[in-house]
Design a protein around this ligand. Sequence first.
Ligand SMILES: CNc1ncnc2c1ncn2[C@@H]1O[C@H](COP(=O)(O)O)[C@@H](O)[C@H]1O
Length: 422
Amino acid sequence: MSTAPPTVPRPESTTLANVIEGLDTRPETPDFPDQDFCERLPKLELHAHLTGSIRRETLGEIWRKRKEQEPDFDLEDPLVAMPPGKVDFDLTSFFPLFSKYTYNLVNSEWSVEYATKQVLQDFESDGVVYLELRTIPRAFEETGLTKEGYVQTILKAIKSFNSEKMHTRLILAIDRQNTPPEAMNTVELAIKYRDEEGLVVGVDLCGNPAAGDVRIFRDAFKKAKANGLGITLHFAEIERQPIKDELDILLSFQPDRLGHAIHTSEKVLREIRSRKLCIELCLSCNVYAKMLPCRHDNGSFLDHHFKYWWRTDCPVALGTDDIGVFLSSLSNEHYLASQHFRVNKYELWHLPFYSIDAIFGDHIEKERLRSVLLAWGKENGLDVDDDSESVNEIIRNEQENGESFEEQEHTPNTAEEVRAAA
Ligand SMILES: CNc1ncnc2c1ncn2[C@@H]1O[C@H](COP(=O)(O)O)[C@@H](O)[C@H]1O
């Protein structure tokens, strides 16, 4: 069982390319988590889209119920639109799944509430202790559900779920294809329901990254900031953003967190690091939707920029994005990170612990999460304490205290080292 903080030296590189270049050769030892460890680890889910998190079976149940009530209802069976096990939806096939399919099915008070409860249940069963679910408020003319009614329905489901283990908050998202008044309306709804219930905590910008001109949302985000809402933005999801200075403009909205952050420049990386912004990373989504630049592994997990961010001072929040589409739970995302990037047990525990300050929930919630994670870490034999150093700072401190890799007892692990030792 791991008790020591990380001792293997890691590059202090400032460039994404540098880090991706060098593949890790850390040995397989009991310090590395198995799936059970990842399931039991208390996790924070900060990047999950509500309707993208609905199980295909649940969509099937809603579809069958609709069919019973309206035999002429001609929407395709969900298991045809999204065959079991299929995860390779790229960005061109991914967004129409929602506009052409999900929104024709999950469009009434009943279906929104039913689906939300299933989503909450699944996250709780996966060991999530804090969930920030995000959704674009949507009006459905065919059922008379208004945007405000949609938000109220989700809040009702969250309140009735009322889990002791998992606390849930809501982020209202602006779609990149919204108009400025629509965006402003979303921010106003967020302010109203933050004030009334305290359950809405922030705003997001999401939707097809190839569409829209983000400059039109300046006022909406200004208002969100002025009213103390948390701001998270989908950021640099594609290489060629629709307008030239999109990333600089998005950073001028003063976000607290960024989602994905894939196709950045050196200048933008430096800016994000100097602000120590929290980066929400979704490994399976980025791989299956083919969003990564291909370096070593043809755009597969080893090419993921997790490798860069988790060694910086920026908190990294692993997220599922759309578990209904990419079929990877949050515990599986932690397992994948540990498997592909040799993240040991202590370091994996440290990811949610170090992200606590980046949640949009209040101080009481942060304190609760700190005690949950500290207690769990101790119970599981990890050498944890209540500081909030980044992994980068831990390494720096170890080096300053003379605990460098060279001074540690080093077990030979490469074939060359084994030969040299013999
Ligand atoms: C690569 N991942 C992503 N990038 C950008 N936007 C995404 C997304 N995944 C989901 N959405 C946005 O969230 C909506 C579904 O959830 P809600 O109906 O709002 O709950 C999608 O329509 C899309 O606009």
